[in-house]
Design a protein around this ligand. Structure first.
Ligand SMILES: [Fe+2]
Length: 396
């Protein structure tokens, strides 16, 4: 067994209607003045938003509201922090509450941290800046309204600048895991089908990659397999019928666990590709994952079948177990169950109309450049740049 380490997890409050606990949680922590980071329109137009604002007012909690559209840039984070820091004395911000998709929660994470730090967030990004965060931050509560990135359970905030010299890099520290994650499946009901599909496939990819990567450990193995089973049951139902609270609950839990597992284990080649691709092209992260998970899994499984490794924990056996969990079936052999995994992923991707890379505006000549910038150090099998290009071409 590999040595491993489990760092902090957020306090978890799970259950339909659970977001009504927010005011009480803030009061219990003596947080009377908060930054409220929200997403675009869907949550703000829901009755849940009105109820939330009403309960904050009733509890005499002051809030400064910000709306974030799209994945956060350094400027988005810096400008929110500058606004908050301009307020002096007793109105100073004491905590951050982020309610929205992964981008909103990542913004909240970065704002909570940068509020206690000097300079621009860009100076602290891995591979971009030269400064290291010390891990200080304001108290942080994350309430997801999509089921995907699991950002409510992770220690990094992804910050992007899109374009030829673009990047998609993380502000990361073990202490940046939110203090509390409130998973209220009712809040995900307003999430439209195409976002449900992309974010759900991101969660499934994260679970699969965390379970099969070289840093997988017994702690994350148990969590990720059960979450894959729930995602297998809930994914298409949540896509077809957004009001199905059982499916929404299954996906909310699966997404949260995908965040726990990626933070405590690691990820594979799909996320390795998503980093440079997301920096170069304005494609939402979930779409990149949803588009590539089938071709990456097909490639890796075909290699694993040729490895002829008889051990109980071979790469093929891991993909086979993931196939049984996600499909809810047993084909009776490792090869059969790994094939079931590919078939199930294909069904999910096809029914939800995940686009091909060419439909996302990529040129064939872009593929080698993306492959050369991809890092996949925890992927279960070693991959050359050529291999990654093959995965990309298969989806072009
Ligand atoms: Fe992801």
């Amino acid at each position: 067994m590999n040595s491993f380490q489990i760092t902090r997890l957020p306090e978890l409050r799970f259950g339909a209607g659970g977001s009504s606990q927010l005011s009480q949680i803030l009061q219990d922590r003596s947080l009377k003045n908060i930054a409220l980071i929200l997403g675009g329109r869907s949550f703000k137009q829901s009755p849940a938003y009105d109820r939330l604002i009403e309960s904050l007012k009733k509890a005499h909690i002051r809030y400064t509201e910000f709306s974030v559209v799209g994945e956060p840039s350094p400027e988005t984070v810096d400008s929110i922090v500058a606004t908050l820091k301009a307020v002096k004395d007793q109105s100073r911000t004491e905590g951050v509450v982020a309610i929205g998709g992964g981008s909103v929660i990542d913004t909240g994470k970065a704002v909570a941290a940068l509020y206690t730090m000097e300079g621009s967030v860009q100076e602290y990004l891995e591979g971009v800046g030269t400064r290291k965060p010390l891990g200080t931050r304001l108290p942080l509560i994350a309430i997801p309204t999509t089921s995907g990135t699991g950002a409510e359970a992770t220690k990094n905030a992804v910050i992007s600048r899109i374009g030829p010299s673009g990047f998609k890099k993380s502000l990361r520290h073990d202490n940046f895991v939110p203090d509390v994650a409130i998973l209220d499946p009712e809040l995900t009901i307003s999430c439209p089908p195409e976002v449900t599909a992309a974010s759900g496939l991101d969660a499934i990819t994260q679970l699969l990659e965390a379970y099969t990567c070289t840093r997988a450990n017994p702690f994350t193995d148990g969590l990720s397999l059960k979450a894959l089973e729930l995602a297998g049951k809930g994914f298409l139902t949540a896509y077809r019928d957004g009001r199905n609270l059982v499916a929404r609950s299954q996906m909310a839990y699966a997404a949260y666990i995908s965040g726990v597992c990626l933070a405590q284990a690691g990820l594979g080649v799909v996320h390795g590709i998503a980093s440079p691709m997301g920096g170069l092209f304005p494609i939402p992260h979930g779409i990149v994952c949803g588009s590539l998970v089938v071709s990456a899994t097909r490639f890796t499984v075909s290699r694993a079948m040729r490895m002829d490794d008889p051990s109980e924990d071979s790469v093929l056996k891991r993909y086979a177990r993931a196939g049984m969990a996600l499909s809810g079936k047993d084909a009776g052999s490792d090869n059969g169950n790994a094939a079931l995994l590919i078939k199930t992923l294909e069904r999910f991707s096809t029914e939800t109309k995940m686009p091909l890379l060419r439909e996302l505006g990529l040129k064939e000549s872009d593929l080698s450049m993306i492959a050369s910038k991809t890092e996949a150090k925890y992927h279960p099998i070693p991959l050359t740049v050529q291999d990654i290009e093959t995965i990309l071409k298969d989806r072009y």
